[in-house]
Design a protein around this ligand. Structure first.
Ligand SMILES: *Cc1c(COP(=O)(O)O)cnc(C)c1O
Length: 434
């Protein structure tokens, strides 16, 4: 007999391409049936069959406070009562912009949009408009949303599908996108030496979190800053994942690097569709209606979405100790995962930065896209299905991060480790095929 999740998937497939509104949700790379999620609370979620899971996806990052945080819930419900959208200026947008500028020192002005994709697309347009140059450099394995010019060697979604590029993207759209190797400054310098005066910007995930989790090597981000300054190019940090996660001032605070432009998404909307881009005032002033770079959005700065983001960022600002606690408990947790794997005599490796972590099924050190690709995705699939079947909801793809939230309790992390221990010891005994 079909389970309810299977029935729902069958029906969804009839009306929605692949049954889902974003590809990774289809569980394609682990070959099982997606769970249709009905509700969440703190670090737990429940599917349509009533089964409970400890959630390590957290809507891919936004739920850093856990699901259903009372402050966020109250902000949203109060905002709803006043109307959902006006397409006109509202006071809450000023509050939100002020708060972002206050929390992230490199941001002097910020524009709200509706997704991370839009934020990055717009930041790049602003960088090109400001520098009057066309080319950009991105890193292989970094994901910056699904806009045409950025679907070049773009990390998780495309990586697990084994499709390096996308159909439907005209060659003309990617001809100005240069690829470099993460953690390899020479690969960046080569581009600049060839055509430095044509390069508008370097865009980077300051911690790469769409090829698993790859930390920048010491000197890498600093080196990017120097090269950009030398050639008059802009440095864009895509902090859609790391923003308000590694600390309230994101990866730029964590590593002490000041980018020219920054993009946000995910946490900034607390689960509502919000993105933002911002940075130096003189650059942001090229954006319409002040300047000649056109960028607009009917629902941008939507009052309900702003209320959600504002409530979440306010809680984070008022409780700076939360980050210390989160990063500390996450470090212990990821180390314990590594010990569990070692204890079972397996060579696999855990990478982690703050509350982001990834278990790679490879014995090699992972520091860029090529080394990430050595991971055995079939072994990951078996592990991931085992975990989900036993109530630990992991991202259903190897090259995604595990997101620990402030709501995860020590007991829930212990329970998670217990399930992992069980899996790896069964695997070692040969009770399971790889
Ligand atoms: C998720 C993500 C995006 C795209 O954001 P969407 O809201 O999915 O459009 C861009 N950059 C990074 C680093 C991301 O992780």
């Amino acid at each position: 007999m079909q389970s309810k999740n299977e029935r729902l998937m069958e029906e969804a497939m009839r009306y929605i391409p692949g049954g889902v509104n974003s590809p990774v949700r289809a569980f394609g790379s682990i070959g099982s049936c997606p769970r249709f999620i009905k509700r969440g609370d703190k670090a737990l979620i429940w599917d349509e069959e009533g089964k409970e899971y400890i959630d390590f996806v957290g809507s891919w990052g936004p739920m850093i406070l856990g699901h259903n945080h009372p402050a966020v819930l109250e902000g949203v419900t109060e905002a709803c009562k006043n109307g959902l959208s006006f397409g006109a200026a509202t006071a809450v947008e000023i509050e939100m912009a002020k708060l972002v500028c206050e929390l992230v020192p490199s941001i002097e002005m910020v524009r709200m949009v509706n997704s991370g994709t839009e934020a990055v697309m717009s930041a790049i347009r602003a960088a090109r408009g400001y520098t009057r140059r066309d080319k950009i450099i991105k890193f292989t394995g970094c994901y910056h949303g699904h806009s045409d010019g950025l679907l070049v060697k773009a990390g998780s979604g495309v990586m697990t599908a084994g499709v390096p590029d996308s159909l439907g993207v005209p060659k003309g759209c990617t001809k100005d996108t240069l690829s470099a190797v993460y953690n390899d400054l020479d690969s960046v310098r080569e581009h600049f030496m060839r055509c430095g005066e044509e390069i508008a910007a370097v865009i980077v995930e300051p911690v790469a979190a769409n090829m698993g989790v790859v930390e920048p090597k010491p000197g890498f981000l600093e080196g990017l800053r120097e090269i950009c300054d030398e050639y008059g190019a802009l440095l864009i940090f895509d902090e859609v994942i790391t923003g308000f996660r590694l600390g309230v001032d994101g990866a730029q605070g964590y590593y002490g690097i000041r980018p020219d432009l920054t993009t946000f998404g995910k946490i900034i909307g607390a689960g509502m569709p919000v993105g933002a881009y911002g940075g130096r005032r003189d650059i942001m002033e090229v954006v319409a209606p002040l300047g000649g770079v056109y960028q607009a959005g009917t629902l941008s700065g939507n009052p309900v979405a702003m209320a959600a983001g504002l409530a979440q960022l306010t809680v984070l600002k008022e409780n700076p100790q939360y980050y210390g606690e989160l990063n500390q408990k996450s470090a212990v947790f990821f180390k314990q995962i590594q010990e569990t794997v070692r204890g079972a005599g397996l060579p696999w490796r855990v990478n982690h930065v703050g509350s982001l972590g990834c278990l790679y099924f490879t014995g090699q050190e992972v520091f860029d896209y090529e080394s990430a690709k050595t991971s055995d995705t079939k072994a990951f699939g078996n592990y991931c299905n085992y975990m989900i079947n036993r109530g630990v909801y992991l991202a259903p793809a190897q090259f995604e991060a595990m997101f620990v939230s402030m709501a995860h309790t020590k007991e829930q992390l212990r329970q998670t480790l217990d399930v992992m221990e069980q899996y790896f010891s069964e695997l070692k005994k040969g009770g399971m095929s790889l």
